[in-house]
Design a protein around this ligand. Structure first.
Ligand code: UFG
Length: 322
């Protein structure tokens, strides 16, 4: 019988791509999502759906009791700036909600969890590319919530309750090439969807935050990893946990650094016209360069990103508009 996976946050941007990858690999998928930021159009044919909030322990327990073999947990709030203004909201959703998931797993004998973590746990890089041994000096509350759950999973694993894969994403971008995922994020805070809103006329212009960084062109450098590659890492991680039951923590990035200006220039090439933008002040808390050393993901999972060309990545987003 196929393994049955509960995907918390499965209607969201990354979650929907994980859902797609799981279905393609023959898993049964139960999406658990409250649609607060996810989108019902992202629930694919073949997936089951329970509309629920991870703060609602009864509904969560009901879902977890339905012959679940493993969990992928991506249900979280993720706006860094907002987390510094409303930490209590992030504490409740990201920390209490995640503890509810872990406890529902333990109560129902579900052993394996793949957790959506973030490069934000590292804080200001002391060196780049960042490997998993880099010191953890989280500088925003969002990143802290991710680290807090990693630590709880480490304890639960040590106490024999479950095993986990903590996947620390760098900058997730792109959409499935076959256009099967069409839901857009509402009020996006990240560079790529903001640029796309400018490209489609949904916003008049955007700003590049800072052009005086110590980087190739003065704008910040990030590691942009395609969401389909991220999704693939989740299924590999899940299979590894199911086969071996050993927990692990991995960076997911390409190892390549692309500047904000390069992203803007590449987008202009793809859409074949100029974008309307200006240069603004630096944004608080932005490191100049943040790239991943993802060797461990290759060693542990045999994972290697297929998308390494930013223009190709941007095309997967622009295609949705054509
Ligand atoms: N940027 C702009 N203008 C904008 C938005 C962003 O210039 O309108 C710049 C930022 O200053 C930054 C870069 O584009 O230099 C990328 O910014 P994002 O907000 O898209 O992403 P971040 O690198 O700040 O953070 C993202 C996730 C975090 C995660 C981190 C890990 O939002 O959750 O990647 O690398 F931790």
């Amino acid at each position: 019988m196929a393994n049955r996976i509960l995907v918390a946050g499965g209607a969201g941007y990354i979650g929907s791509h994980v859902q797609k990858q799981l279905l393609e690999e023959g898993f049964e998928v139960l999406v658990f999502d409250d649609l607060s930021s996810g989108d019902e159009v992202n629930i694919l044919d073949g997936a089951e759906f329970i509309r629920g909030n991870i703060l609602d322990k009864d509904v969560l327990d009901m879902a977890m009791s339905q012959d679940i073999d493993g969990v992928v947990h991506l249900a979280a709030k993720k706006a860094v700036g907002e987390s510094m203004v409303y930490p209590e909201m992030y504490a409740e959703n990201n920390i209490s909600g995640s503890i509810n998931i872990l406890n529902a797993m333990v109560n129902n004998g579900v052993k394996h969890i793949v957790f959506s973590s973030s490069a934000a746990v590292y804080g200001m890089p002391q060196y780049v590319p960042i490997d998993e041994k880099h010191p953890i000096n989280t500088i925003n509350y969002y990143g802290y919530t991710k680290r807090a759950i990693e630590e709880n999973m480490e304890w639960y694993a040590r106490l024999g309750k479950l095993d986990f894969a903590a996947l620390r994403y760098f900058n997730a971008v792109g959409y499935a090439k076959d256009k099967s995922i069409r839901g857009k994020e509402r009020n996006p805070q990240n560079l790529m969807p903001i640029i796309m809103e400018a490209a489609t006329g949904k916003r008049e212009k955007f700003s590049i935050f800072g052009n005086d960084y110590d980087t190739k062109d003065g704008t910040c450098v990030r590691d942009y990893v395609h969401v389909s590659d991220l999704a693939k890492a989740h299924t590999l991680a899940l299979k590894k946990l199911m086969a071996e039951g050993q927990s692990f923590t991995l960076n997911l990035g390409t190892g390549l650094g692309t500047s904000v200006k390069e992203i803007v220039d590449a987008t202009e090439k793809v859409i074949e016209r100029k974008l309307n933008y200006d240069y603004a002040e630096r944004r608080a808390g932005d490191p100049a360069t943040l790239t991943a050393n993802a060797k461990k993901a290759y060693e542990v999972l045999g994972w290697k990103p297929e998308y390494t060309d930013v223009e190709e990545i941007i095309r997967t987003v622009w295609n949705l508009e054509l």
